[in-house]
Design a protein around this ligand. Sequence first.
Ligand code: NAD
Ligand code: TYD
Length: 338
Amino acid sequence: MKLLVTGGCGFIGTNFIRLMLDKHKDWSIINLDKLTYAGNRLNLIDLEENESRYDFIQGDICDREMVMDLLADKTIDAVVNFAAESHVDRSINDPSPFVTTNIQGAQNLMECARQRKTDRFVHVSTDEVYGSLGDSGKFTETTPLAPNSPYSASKAGADLMARAYFETYKFPILVTRCSNNYGPYQFPEKLIPLMFMNAKSDKPLPVYGNGMNIRDWIYVDDHCLGVELTLIKGREGQAYNFGGDAEETNINVIKTLLSIVGKPESLVTYVKDRPGHDQRYAMDFSLAAEELGFAPTLSFEAGLKKTIEWYESNTTWLEQVQSGEYRTFMNTWYEERA
Ligand code: NAD
Ligand code: TYD
C-alpha cells in the first residue's frame, strides 16, 4: 500500500509513520507537512536518509494545485490526514489558522482525493468534538457534536464535512476520534511534556483551575493502532472512537509524573483556568473493539514511564523544538494567566 500521510512531522504523525513502515514492509509513505512551529522534519530524518519507502514533501494541505498534482499519482492508495493546528490554548488566542487548516485544508484534501478517485481516506479527529461530560457517562459515536473551543469547533467542522462527502458523493472516507495522546515527540506545550520540562528545570508547573479536569489518556502507539485498523478494516462513512480506558485528573497526572522524575509536589502552581475548559472526556470505544478488534495495550502508568524515559534520553530534541516562536507564545500565555 502507498499512503499519503499529512502532518507526519508532528507528534502523532511521526509515531504513525515509524510504526507503519516498521510493521508493513510492503507499505510506502509520502509525508506532506507544512512544517509549522509544531512540525519537525528532523523527527524522521533517519528515514529520509536511509529508507527508500519514505518521502518527505514540504507543503500546505490548503494548496489545491499541489495536492491535485500529488494525488495524480495513481499508485497512492489512501490518504491519512493528521495535519492540523492542534493546541486548544493557541486556538483561544487566535482561531483563524484553525479554521484555515482544520476546516478548509481538510476539505481541500477531501476534494482533491475525491476528484482523483483515491480509494480510501482516513480523517484523524478528536474526542473534543463531543464537548464536555459531567461525572458519569462516556462519549459514543452517536453523542451529538458540541465543541466548546475554537480548536474542537474546527475539528467538528471537518468531521461534518467528512460526513457530507460520504453522504453526498459516497466518497470512501472514515473518521477516527481519539482521546488525549501522550508519548515520544509530543510538542512541549501539551500537558505531559510541558510538565516534564518544567519539573526537570525546577520551574513551576502551571495547573489550570483546580486541577480536577479529567482526560482519558492513551499512549500514542495505541492511537496509531486505531488509525491503522480503521484504514485497513473500517466501514466507509463511519466514525470510530478510540481511548485508553485511563481516566485521570490533571493533578493526578502531574503528581504521578513528579514522583517518576523525583521532583517535589511543591512545584505545582495553580493558575487561572482556561476559558471554556472542558471538565471531563471519556471514550466508549466498544464499536472499534467489536468491528476492528481494537484494544489499548498499555496502562497509563506503564505508558507514562515509557514516555518519561524517552524525554529523559532526548533532551536535545526538547531543546531543538523550542524555537523563538514557541517561547514567545508561552511567555505571553503565562503573563496573561498570572
Ligand atoms: P501536532 O501539532 O503535533 O502536529 C501537527 C502537524 O501538522 C505538524 O507537523 C504541522 O507542521 C502539520 N501541519 C499543520 N498545518 C498544516 C498544513 N496546513 N498543511 C500541512 N501540514 C500542516 O499535532 P498532533 O498532536 O500530532 O495531532 C495530529 C492529529 O491528531 C490532529 O489532527 C489532531 O487534531 C488529532 N488528535 C490529536 C490528539 C492529541 O492528544 N495530540 C488527540 C486526538 C486527535
Ligand atoms: P492539553 O495537553 O492542552 O490537551 P487538551 O486541552 O487537548 O485536553 O491539556 C490537557 C489538560 O491539562 C487540560 O485539562 C488542560 C490542562 N493543562 C494545565 O492544567 N496546564 C497546562 O499548562 C496545560 C498545557 C494543560
